[in-house]
Each structure stands twice: as C-alpha cells, then as structure tokens.
Design a protein around this ligand. Structure first.
Ligand SMILES: Cc1ncc(COP(=O)(O)O)c(C=O)c1O
Length: 399
C-alpha cells in the first residue's frame, strides 16, 4: 500500500548546512582530508564549569521530567540574564525553555500563525526559517538585501512589503546574522520596530549570536527599545553558540505571556521539557560565567580578521566585513558567470569545491542568494589558512 505523505512535508528539504557537514564528515571518515567550513557550531568544547554542573545533576539523580516550560531556577537565571545583558525585565511566566532556539522559533510560529499568514524574512536568511514557516502553513515574504547595504533591510522596505501584503503577521529578524555576520544598529532597529508597531506586526527577534560581536559593535535587543516594542516582540536566544553547547539542546523564548503560554502548551504535547541535566547545566552557564565566552569570542575575532582579509585578496571575490556571529559570505558571482567547467550556480560550485578541492562550504542558494557562498570560521586557524588557500586555487582553476 502506498502511504501518502502530508502536503506539509512535500516541500520540505533537508537542511543544506547539515547536509554539507554530513557529507564532509563522511568523506573525512573515509580518510579524505576535508576542511569543513559548513558547520554552524563552535569548534570549542563546552567549558568545564558547565560540564561539571551536569555531572553533579546526574549524581544528584536530577534525571526526571521537569515542568514543561523549564525549571524555576533556569527561568530565573534567564530573567537575570535579560536584565544584565539587555536591560529587559521579564517575569518567569514570560519565559519558555525549549530544546534549542530552533524549537523555540517553531513553537512561537505554531502559537501565532494561521493558514497563509505572512512572515517577513530578510534575505539572505537562516535556512530553517523557511521550512518552519511552511510547516505551520504560513507564507514567507522575502525582503532582499545585498552587500552594498550590508545585508540589512530598511524600515521603508518593510513598510512597502507590508503595504503589498494581504495577511501580514510577523517578521523574523536575526541579528547578529547567520549567514552574513551583519549586525543591525540601534537606529535601524528602532525604525523597523516603529513600522511593526504601526502595523501590528509581531517581531520574532533571533538573538542567538548576541555574544559574538566584534570591533566594538554593540548587540542591541530590539525588545529593549521601548515598553511598547517589548510588548510586540518575542526574543529567542540560547546557549548553543555562546557557550559551545550545541548538542545540549537548550534555547529559550521570552515575550508576551499569552504567546509564551500557548507556545508552552504546544511544547507540552510535542517534546515536553528540555533534558533535565542540560537545564541544570544552563543555570550554571548563565549564572557562573567564568570568562570562557569572551575567550572564545576573542579567538573567533582573530579568525574573522584573517578570513575577511584573505577572501578579499582573491581576484574577483568581495566579502563584506562580518561584525558578528562566525560566518563570512563572499560574493563569487564572477566565477559562476565565467568558468570553463560549466558551473552555473553556487550549489554546483560548492559540489566542485568539495569533490575536487576537499573544502566544504555552503552554497548561497541555501540562504536565498545564489551569488554567494558561506564560510563558517568556527574552525582552527591552520584549517582556515589551508582552506582559503584551496578556495583560491579552486576559483583560479575555473577560468
Ligand atoms: C540564526 C540561528 N538561529 C537559531 C539557531 C538554532 O540554534 P539552536 O542550536 O539553539 O537550536 C541557529 C543555529 O544554527 C542559527 O544559526
């Protein structure tokens, strides 16, 4: 008997970033010397003080289901973090702890979206937003940006898109940004938030890379700009990137009580609580920060400076200086338009780079922009130096 799958999953594709990484890892396991620029996770180990607290939690038998929305001490630690870092006052009832920021976002989307609601998405975008929007039967409305405006949308652009839309519901704004490394300024955020206020648009602010900003650039949480803006914003954050805790699966959302409560009900029927041990570890991560986050940020900064310079030194490649996260996204359009290998798009280019030069890079098409590729510089300096060298040789081999 042929079982039909739902309309929901017919258009869903595997996450291209995870696919590239899986392929690179497979090649590595076969003994091929692949340099993996595909991964979106710190290459550092989770700091010891966090691991030790998880070990203690196991020894204390803290191994049972917890309350779905998160243990009270974790929700308090998250409220304290928002106050400390963003000058935001939340009550524990306004916090939902989920298995990763990815889960936080889909819980919120499920809680607010009806059929064909329109969600504004700046392009390039993080790959999962689109699949998640489709999964909740809403529709993405794309707001293109480019390297000349530092990959940032404007308030006017958002207003125009709202004017042309029939069911405007929300915007997902990610700063610091994956894949571009762009960071919105306070002024830009204020202008965007004012448009959202005037048009009754919910802001889903994905701030997962908040701790990774460089050159003195400040991360501003859009929710902190006024009490009225806070009322229409759900802030999403987590410990994956800042604390090198990707595998622990802890993210959180903070926002209006009604949305958080409903998102929590959804989680109660899907994943239930986050792993109890990881919750305890996250309390320690947030409360007892020991300088590891800053150490990792500084190391990322060294690599960022190197890769930005090295990419721009390649003929006919241009790369905007990333100011946050751990990605660089060079423009490679010249090599797509001029090559003797018949390469026609960024994904064919990335296949060529992986097969022939053993470097795993994610095609810009995965993020909605075919003229670019994304490097993650969450990799050792030695690998970055060797990988960019291979990238340069590969591009030159094309013409
Ligand atoms: C922009 C963005 N948001 C959210 C996430 C999800 O993070 P988590 O590991 O907390 O699910 C990622 C991970 O790559 C990301 O890049």
């Amino acid at each position: 008997m042929a079982i039909c799958v739902s309309h929901r999953v017919k258009s869903i594709k595997p996450s291209p970033t995870l696919t590239v990484s899986a392929l690179a890892k497979k090649m590595m396991s076969e003994g091929i010397d692949v340099i993996n620029f595909g991964v979106g996770e710190p290459d550092f180990n989770t700091p010891d003080y966090i691991k030790n607290s998880a070990i203690e939690a196991i020894k204390d038998n803290f191994t049972r289901y917890t309350v779905t929305s998160g243990i009270p001490e974790l929700k308090q630690a998250i409220c304290d973090k928002f106050k400390r870092d963003n000058n935001l006052d939340y009550e524990p009832e306004q916090i939902l702890v989920s298995p990763g920021a990815k889960a936080s976002i889909i819980n919120v989307l499920m809680a607010v979206c009806d059929l064909r609601d329109e969600i504004f998405i700046p392009v390039p975008y993080w790959v999962s937003y689109i699949s998640q929007i489709n999964l909740v039967d809403a529709s993405p409305i794309f707001l293109p940006t480019n390297e000349f405006n530092n990959f940032r949308i404007t308030a006017e652009q958002l207003q125009d898109a709202i004017d042309g839309s029939s069911n405007p519901k929300a915007i997902i704004l990610n700063t610091p940004n994956n894949p571009t490394g762009s960071v919105y300024t306070k002024k830009e955020l204020l202008a965007i938030a004012e448009v959202c206020l005037e048009n009754n648009i919910l802001i889903i602010a994905d701030e997962i890379y908040e701790k990774l900003v460089y050159d003195g650039v400040e991360h501003v949480s859009i929710a902190s700009l006024s009490p009225e803006i806070k009322e229409i914003t759900v802030v999403v954050n987590g410990v994956s990137k800042a604390f090198a805790m990707t595998g622990w699966r802890v993210g959180y959302a903070a926002g209006p009580k009604e949305i958080i409560k409903k998102a929590g009900l959804i989680q109660g029927h899907t994943t239930s609580c986050v792993n109890s041990i990881a919750q305890k570890a996250t309390v320690t991560a947030l409360n007892d920060e020991d300088g590891s986050v800053e150490k990792m940020r500084k190391e990322f900064d060294v690599r960022r400076k190197y890769i930005y310079k090295a990419l721009n030194e390649i003929n006919n490649v241009s790369c905007v200086e990333p100011k946050g996260a751990f990605y660089a996204m060079p423009n490679i359009s010249y090599y797509i338009m001029n090559n003797k290998k018949g390469i026609k798009n960024s994904s064919q280019l990335c296949e060529y780079l992986l097969e022939e030069y053993h470097i795993a890079i994610v095609a810009g098409s995965a993020f909605g922009v075919d003229n670019y590729v994304r490097f993650s510089y969450a990799n050792s300096m030695d690998n970055i130096i060797e990988g960019v060298k291979r990238f340069k040789e590969a591009l030159h081999s094309l013409i």
